[in-house]
Every structure is written in structure tokens, then in C-alpha cells.
Design a protein around this ligand. Structure first.
Ligand code: F3S
Length: 755
């Protein structure tokens, strides 16, 4: 069903000669990332070296994966491209639209009912165009990909920012917007700026309460949410070879939290073990035969500082468990300092909910380590103080965990097993709470903890840790508890201590599943009807964006000057809005409603320059659109960090915003803006951000000579009659300028298909 051995063997057959050609071109030994990137050039073997951090390169990924929220728009776009079938193996995974409320079975039934038209659309469009379809309940995209599709030395793109999880099996896997997925499924090249490389050398070996999760929590603390931007993080060293493939997956998954393009480990025996355990011994054998090309050259490992742009070293033997948060995943606290931080910062010490699982941490190993902690609560007569939820990452893991009694262990301490889906991780959580605005603390084994991410409450302090630490904290119900040193009082009034967690990497009896949740597409889909109702409020066929009018842009209104962090969650909020992912007009009503207006420090309240009144951001923008007036959004550093959702780019484009001008962009979002034909600009001098005033009318000059590397010019017409002028930079190459001129990248794809 799942893997495509022929395709993988083709990749391996070309690998040796392509790597050698790249080695000649680069003129020195190669890192693993370079080997995979150069062996996936769209034009095959190369005689040319590409400068890291500078050159735009065309690639030919082997696979595409899409989750159900982003797949809708990706496939609505693909339908416009005019092809009978996808050009590369592709899959759709129904994981984002299932709300967690009471437990797996009931929640899943409700979701199937509520999202029927979306699931019917995705199932029918997959059937028609040759795409593998994972039904709701089958699992979370990244875990399912790791179990079925990821392979060492491969290259994949996925319409979700945690796609890099497949790096745990030695694959270059990159989170993109739906527009990129559309390109690759249409057989076109996929463009990426040649990433820089950060090497992370792991020495020593984990023990006790420390786990793979703590590696990435520590790395996030070192590099911060911006530190990986434009980079691939490559892990190596003898410590790397001690980590299970699933643990490596966790580390690569959360590389998204440092803004990394992706993260990767070289092929080793742990990957072979995982491939064999998940019924892919053929791939393990094939990988073993080309192992030297699925790792960096030995010279690189011997002298990494000469080959990576940045080098970090972590000794696993000394690594403490970490807890990161609140509100940002790079606020890293070693366990021994955490209680003090909780007290000093006045964070609510009472822990209300512990949530384990999600795509990040729901391997069999994670489940066994957490269950070994949970079992102690029962054995040592401890009453679990916090609520506790368990989100298995796939039906394969869930079924196996149930068979092996792990789910019973969780339920015995009051744990609620949720559906194999994103649920609380993406805000799909009907949390039971007396006051949904109350200040409170939760801890998860997920990856992301921005304000409102899990339950929509800005006062929820969300912390991130390994599942075993989350389990221990849930039992204690107290964030100042340190399971390594502290005791708890049990129901008999005795002081008891939790023993270190024990895990099993692969199930002793093997994985088992009844119905994994996979549906293969029709061999010939030409007769299959794609189901989209014209009256649907959740799905809407797309109309092309208008091409550039050929002139400079004059008289734009300032829509919002966003202050501070403005992630894709702030630009296009998830939670209740997820249901409109396939309906551009409807979802546009969430545009920028989470961004803080610089002038009044409020969210979703901006001045309508036509009336002088304050209104909601989407409503004000619709008023400008109705009046035929363009607008501009101004932002701060790392604008658009967080996720790959192209809605954050499509909504402003659809509502008539003409440019996004910021101090700096997160990579995926900047590319998404370009794909949609939007101007993505950065202040040449970041201090010019301060020159923007609330009532400004703005011109963008220089567009008639729009060219790579040539700055554009901004003219601010202030309300008092004065003006300011300054240059702004962009990173458009020739091809991307064509996207801008055509109105969107998709407009060019269609023209080429029709040519
Ligand atoms: Fe889903 Fe959360 Fe992972 S939204 S894909 S479980 S990061």
C-alpha cells in the first residue's frame, strides 16, 4: 500500500553519480544535506556549485504530503493546473479538522459528520488525480509519513510546517504552502534558496529522564525562533547514532520552531531498525547498500567547522530535561531551574492539564516511556492532580499501544485518549474550563506554544516538554515539581518518588493494525467526479488573481502597522477558522485579527482612513477594496513565522492588500506571498519602520524597473502634508518577478499547461 520501492530504487540508482558530480562541482567533500539536495536537482547532474544562502535552485522532490486543512487550497489550486494526474506520489491526511472534546470515538464521529463535505471533496479529488488518501482517524500527517513514506536520501515537500519530521529517517523534508505543492504535483520545478547549514554534533548518550525532545528544546534555546532561518540543521556524531529514528523525528519536527528550512540525520542502524519494524525491510536493505551517500563524507565529520556555516555541540550525557515556554518555544529552562523561573515570573504553578502525543511525540517509544511513568501513579497510590490527555499520532501506534496495554495504563490515571489527530495542538480543543479567560498553566509534548495556540485563551501559559516529563507533571499537578529530585505525597500520606522512565523503541510483538485508514486512488480517475457544492460555505472554486497593472502603486492606505510578533497564526488564525480553509472569501474574515495594532496596542482594531472610525481589520480592508483602493501592511521582525499556511498570503491578496513591508520575513511566508503575486518587501533600514504613521498614504515606486537585487522606493505622505522617502529591499529573482507581473505563480503554471 504505502511505499513506492521502484521510485526509491530509482533515486538510489542515480545517487552515486550525482553525488560525485556535485563533489566535483563544489570542489570539496559534501555534507549529507548537500548530497541530497544536489541529487534532487530538477535538471539532473550538475557541473555547477550553488552558493548557500544566495542561489535559487530548482529541485525535483520525490513526494508531496498534504494535511486536510492545507490540502483543500492546494488541491483547489491543482485543479486549475489542467493535469490528469499528479506527477509525483502524493498523499492527503485528514488530521487537522477533528475537535477534541470527550474522547477518540465520539469526537471522530462528530468530525466525520461536521466535515463531511470537506472529506468528500478531498477523497474524490484524491481518487481522481491519483493521490493516496488517509481517512480521518488514520493519523497525523508527519507520524503517518514517518511510518510509511519517509526514506533515507529522499526529498519531500509537505503543506505543513512540521514536514521536516521525516528528517528522522534521513529525508530532506520541507514545509511549504499549497502553491508549492501544486507546482510539484503539476510536474514543475520547485524552487528554494540554497540553504545554509548548521551542524549539530551530538556526543555522549541520553539517560534517565532526558530524551530526544530535550535535544531540540535545548537547540531552540540556543538558536531562538529565528536562528535556523534559511538553514538546514544537520545532526551527526556518535550521540546521534544512539537516538531512535522516532526520537530523531521529534528533533527534526521541532526544527520548525527555530525557523529551520529542515533538519536531518544521516542514515544509521536505528533508521534501519525503524524501517524494518514498519514493514520496510526492502528499503533498509537498499539504503544499506548506498549508506556512504546517505551520510556526510568522512572528512566532514572529522572537521565539521570547515563545512558547516555554524556548529553547535551538545553532550547528551550532560543534557538535562528541558521545559520551554510560556508563549514561545525558545524560552528554554533546564528542569533544575524551572521551579525557580515559575516562582520568579509569577506563572501559575498549578498545572491544569498535561497533554501528551501529537505528531511531535507519539511514537511507540514515547508511549512506553510515558506509560512507565503513568503506571507508577497507580502502583504508588498517587492520585493524578491535573487533567491528562493522550493523542496517538497514528492508528498504527494507537492500535499497537492498545494491544500492549499502554492505553489502559493511561486511562487508569484518568487519561483521556483522543482521536489520532491534531486536536489541542492546533486549537481544535473544546476545553472544559470554568472561565475560558482565566490565567492558567498547561504543559504539552507538542511543538508550538504561542498564545492562544491550544485553547484560544491568551492567558493560558503553555509549556512544552517531553511526554514523560508532561506525564510526571500531570501526576504532580504542580509546575514547581522536579521528578528527578522531589517526592510526592500519596493517598496513604507517604512520600514517594517517581522512578526514571523506561521505553521500548519498537514493539516486541511488532506493530499491528486492523484498518490503518488508507484509501488507494483509482487507477484511472478520469471518470471520477470531484465533489464541490456551489452553495458550500466551506469550499469555493478559485478565480485567478489579476495581473499587475504595469505601473507603480500610488495612494495605498496603511491597513495596519503590526507591532512585535506576527506569526501566521496572527495573520490567519487557526482554531474555529480551520473550517473555512477551502473557502477563500469566508476565511478572509480572519485576516490579521490576531496582529497587535502599533497605534492602539489592540488586536483587530484599525483606523479606517475613509471614515476615521476604528473597525475590525478584515472589515476595514473590505471597505478599501470596495472603494477600489489598495493598501499596505507593515510588520516587524520575522513576520509570518510559524506555519506554511498560504492563506496568510492569499487572504491579503484576495482582499486587495498590495504589499507587505516588514523588518524581516520568515522564509515560508515570504515565498508564499511571492507565489500569490504579492509584494513582499523589507526595510533597507529597519529604523524606517518608525517613520510609518497611522494616517499615511503610501506610494511604491520603481516597479516598472523591478529587477533582482534592485531596491524599490517607498514614499510616505503623512497627514500633516510632509513626506518621507526611503528604499526597501526584496529578494525576488527573475522568475518570481514574473509571478508578480502575472498576478500569481499559478497563473503562469496554467499558461504553460495550455501552451
Ligand atoms: Fe498537527 Fe500539531 Fe502536528 S497541528 S501536524 S499535531 S504540529
Amino acid at each position: 500500500m504505502a511505499f513506492d520501492l521502484d521510485m526509491i530504487q530509482r533515486v538510489y540508482a542515480n545517487l552515486g553519480k550525482r553525488v560525485e558530480a556535485a563533489r566535483q562541482a563544489v570542489g570539496k567533500p559534501l555534507t549529507l544535506s548537500e548530497k541530497i539536495l544536489y541529487s534532487h536537482l530538477f535538471n539532473g547532474e550538475t557541473t555547477q556549485a550553488f552558493e548557500r544562502g544566495k542561489a535559487y535552485v530548482d529541485f525535483a522532490p520525490d513526494r508531496v504530503a498534504m494535511q486536510d486543512a492545507t490540502a483543500q487550497m492546494a488541491l483547489l489550486q491543482f485543479m486549475q493546473a489542467g493535469r490528469p494526474k499528479v506527477a509525483v506520489p502524493s498523499t492527503v491526511h485528514c488530521d487537522h479538522l477533528i475537535q477534541a472534546e470527550v474522547g477518540a470515538e465520539k469526537d471522530l464521529d462528530i468530525a466525520k459528520n461536521k466535515n463531511k463535505e470537506v472529506y468528500d471533496f478531498l477523497a474524490s479529488v484524491s481518487d481522481k488525480y491519483g493521490i493516496g488518501f488517509w481517512k480521518p482517524g488514520g493519523g497525523i500527517i508527519h507520524q503517518v509519513v514517518l511510518e510509511n513514506y519517509a526514506f533515507p536520501g529522499g526529498m519531500m515537500i509537505g503543506t505543513d510546517s512540521h514536514t521536516p519530521m521525516a528528517g528522522g529517517l534521513g529525508m530532506i523534508a520541507i514545509g511549504v504552502g499549497g502553491a508549492d505543492a501544486c507546482d510539484v504535483m503539476a510536474g514543475l520545478a520547485w524552487e528554494l534558496k540554497m540553504p545554509k547549514l548548521i551542524g549539530v554534533k551530538l556526543t555522549g548518550k541520553l539517560s534517565g529522564w532526558s530524551s530526544a525532545k530535550d535535544v531540540i528544546l535545548r537547540v531552540a534555546g540556543i538558536l531562538t525562533v529565528k536562528g535556523g532561518t534559511g538553514c538546514i540543521v544537520e545532526y551527526f556524531g556518535e550521540g546521534a547514532e544512539t537516538l531512535s529514528a522516532a526520537g530523531k523525528g521529534t528533533i527534526c519536527n521541532m526544527g520548525a520552531e527555530i525557523g529551520a528550512t529542515t533538519s536531518i540525520f544521516g542514515y544509521d542502524d536505528k533508521m534501519g531498525d525503524y524501517l524494518r519494524a514498519t514493514n520496510r525491510g526492502d528499503i533498509a536493505d537498499a539504503a544499506q547498500a548506498v549508506k556512504a551517500d546517505l551520510r556526510a563524507d568522512e572528512e566532514v565529520y572529522a572537521d565539521p567547522a570547515s563545512y558547516y556555516d555554524q556548529l553547535i555541540e551538545i553532550n547528551l550525557s550532560e543534557l538535562e530535561p528541558h521545559i520551554n515556554g510560556p508563549f514561545t518555544p525558545d524560552l528554554a529552562w533546564p528542569l533544575s531551574n524551572f521551579a525557580k523561573a515559575v516562582k520568579e515570573n509569577n506563572w501559575p504553578a498549578k498545572l491544569e492539564v498535561g497533554l501528551i502525543g501529537s505528531c511531535t511525540n507519539s511514537s511507540y517509544e514515547d508511549m512506553t516511556r510515558s506509560a512507565s511513568v503513568a503506571a507508577q501513579a497507580t502502583a504508588k497510590h498517587l492520585k493524578t492532580k491535573a487533567e491528562f490527555t493522550v493523542t496517538p499520532g497514528s492508528e498504527l501506534v494507537r492500535f499497537t499501544a492498545e494491544r500492549d496495554g499502554l492505553l489502559d495504563t493511561f486511562e487508569e490515571i484518568g487519561g483521556v485518549v483522543l482521536a489520532n489527530a491534531c486536536g489541542p495542538c492546533i486549537g481544535q480543543w473544546a476545553r472544559h474550563m470554568d472561565d475560558p479567560t482565566r490565567k492558567n498553566s498547561i504543559i504539552t509534548s507538542f511543538n508550538r506554544n504561542f498564545a492562544k495556540r491550544n485553547d484560544g485563551n491568551a492567558s493560558t501559559h503553555a509549556f512544552v516538554a517531553s511526554p514523560e516529563i508532561v506525564t510526571a507533571f500531570a501526576i504532580a499537578g504542580d509546575l514547581t515539581f522536579n521528578p528527578m529530585t522531589d517526592t510526592l505525597t500519596n493517598e496513604n500520606g507517604e512520600q514517594v518518588k517517581l522512578d526514571e522512565p523506561q521505553g521500548i523503541e519498537q514493539p516486541v510483538k511488532g506493530y499491528a493494525v486492523d484498518d490503518a485508514g488508507y484509501q488507494a486512488p483509482a487507477e484511472d480517475g478520469s471518470g471520477v467526479q470531484v465533489l464541490v457544492s456551489p452553495t458550500s460555505d466551506r469550499l469555493q472554486l478559485l478565480a485567478p488573481f489579476a495581473p499587475w497593472e504595469g505601473t507603480d502603486l500610488k495612494g495605498l492606505k496603511l491597513l495596519i502597522k503590526a507591532k512585535g510578533k506576527c506569526t501566521t497564526d496572527h495573520i490567519s488564525m487557526a482554531g474555529p477558522w480551520l473550517k473555512y480553509r477551502g473557502h477563500l472569501d469566508n476565511i478572509s474574515n480572519n485576516m490579521l485579527i490576531g496582529a497587535v495594532n502599533f497605534y492602539n496596542e489592540k488586536t483587530n482594531s484599525v483606523k479606517n482612513q475613509l471614515t476615521g472610525e476604528y473597525g475590525e481589520v478584515p472589515a476595514v480592508q473590505r471597505a478599501y477594496k470596495a472603494a477600489g483602493i489598495g493598501s499596505i501592511v507593515v510588520g516587524d521582525e520575522n513576520y509570518g513565522e510559524g506555519s506554511s499556511r498560504e492563506h496568510a498570503a492569499m487572504e491579503p491578496r484576495f482582499l486587495g492588500v498590495r504589499a507587505i513591508l516588514v523588518r524581516s520575513f520568515a522564509r515560508i511566508h515570504e515565498t508564499n506571498l511571492k507565489k500569490q503575486g504579492m509584494l513582499a518587501l523589507t526595510f533597507a533600514n529597519p529604523a524606517d519602520y518608525d517613520k510609518i504613521q497611522e494616517d499615511d498614504v503610501i506610494d511604491i515606486d520603481g516597479l516598472t524597473e523591478f529587477a533582482p537585487g534592485r531596491p524599490l522606493e517607498i514614499v510616505l505622505h503623512h497627514a500633516d502634508g510632509t513626506t518621507d522617502e526611503f528604499p526597501v529591499n526584496h529578494t525576488y529573482n527573475e522568475g518570481q518577478i514574473e509571478w508578480f507581473k502575472a498576478g500569481a505563480a499559478l497563473n503562469i503554471i496554467r499558461m504553460k499547461q495550455n501552451a
